[in-house]
Design a protein around this ligand. Structure first.
Ligand code: ATP
Ligand code: MG
Length: 298
């Protein structure tokens, strides 16, 4: 009966996570209607159904099993997330949760917050952080527009999401402490059936192949046979580079895969080693089995 089993994925309906979440699924070759004005959408070529929800509600829905998995920021996963698994970080929607105070304050350290009040939408994370740092402060929980709280006399400082810092700046605030870093994360229900776990494993496998492909480039070049050994040493490849003879005598074509991080450095060395006609091609997907995921599923 496995063919009736369907994985339910909760995605933010509208906001900073939605677009990147939807494109990631599409890059995995999964086709569906991304009309998020609907509540649900079913994929046409993978047993997965999407629920479009507010991000704050996703951890509870996943914990209760209304959705099997969800994509949320780590900030929301930790603030709201009891009884959920943190399955996989996705590398987008990067931001941090920080403490900020009015910019004219001469801030001398966390002690500033002793006996002060802090406005936030993240009371649980903040409470833990203050406790770890032995600070006694009053937490004012508000659900939105936290950055105006100091200006209207509601709190001495705030604890909120920051990425560029421009929202803080335009409200006369400055960032003084980082409470946590966050990025988008797949969360999962803790009692998924074996069949659903298998679907999740397939989905993660595709996601990792897309991510790995984005970080890598396929490279082709021509090399004089006399310097082949040196050139091959510069190119690790997935196992080792492909070397094929050119029609021109004493020349070969070398094909390999390079990581984005080391790319320019290696290109320089290849040129110095006599490589010619270097072509670089994007990789759509790269099929690899990464160890951390293997561990999660055993
Ligand atoms: P909802 O209506 O679904 O409750 P929201 O207003 O709570 O949406 P968004 O502002 O869309 O949430 O942010 C969603 C998540 O994106 C945040 O929880 C955080 O993880 C991340 N995020 C927030 N602000 C930024 C930012 N400026 N840059 C990158 N990521 C961010
Ligand atoms: Mg929200």
């Amino acid at each position: 009966m496995t063919n009736n089993i369907i994985l339910r994925l909760a995605i933010q309906r509208k906001g900073r996570l939605s677009e990147d979440s939807l494109s990631l699924i599409k890059e995995c070759g999964i086709n569906f209607s991304s009309d998020t004005s609907k509540l649900k959408s079913e994929a046409r070529n993978f047993p997965i159904e999407f629920l479009f929800l507010r991000d704050d509600d996703i951890p509870d829905y996943v914990a209760d099993g209304v959705a099997d998995i969800g994509i949320v920021g780590e900030n929301v996963a930790i603030e709201k997330g009891k009884n959920i698994d943190h399955v996989k970080k996705l590398g987008f929607s990067k931001c941090r949760l920080s403490l900020a105070v009015p910019k004219e304050i001469n801030y001398g350290g966390l002690g500033f917050f002793n006996n002060a009040s802090i406005a936030t939408s993240y009371p649980n994370i903040l409470r833990n952080y203050l406790k770890e740092n032995n600070i006694q402060a009053e937490i004012h929980e508000i659900s939105g527009s936290v950055e105006i709280a100091p200006g209207i006399g509601l709190a001495a400082g705030i604890c909120d999401i920051v990425s560029s810092g421009s929202t803080l700046l335009s409200n006369g605030l400055k960032e003084v402490e980082t409470v946590m870093h966050s990025e988008a994360l797949i969360i999962g229900n803790q009692s998924l059936s074996t069949e659903k776990k298998e679907l999740l494993r397939k989905l993660i496998f595709r996601i990792e192949s897309v991510q790995k492909g984005k970080n890598s480039k396929y490279i082709l070049l021509n090399a004089p046979n006399g310097r082949l050994e040196e050139i091959v040493r510069l190119l690790p490849g997935m196992r080792s580079p492909t070397v094929v003879p050119l029609a021109k005598k004493d020349w070969s074509s070398v094909h390999s895969v390079l990581n984005e991080d080391e790319f320019w450095e290696v290109i320089e060395k290849l040129r110095a080693a006599g490589a010619e006609g270097i072509l670089v091609v994007p990789i759509e997907k790269m099929i690899v089995w990464l160890l951390p995921m293997a561990l999660y599923f055993t």
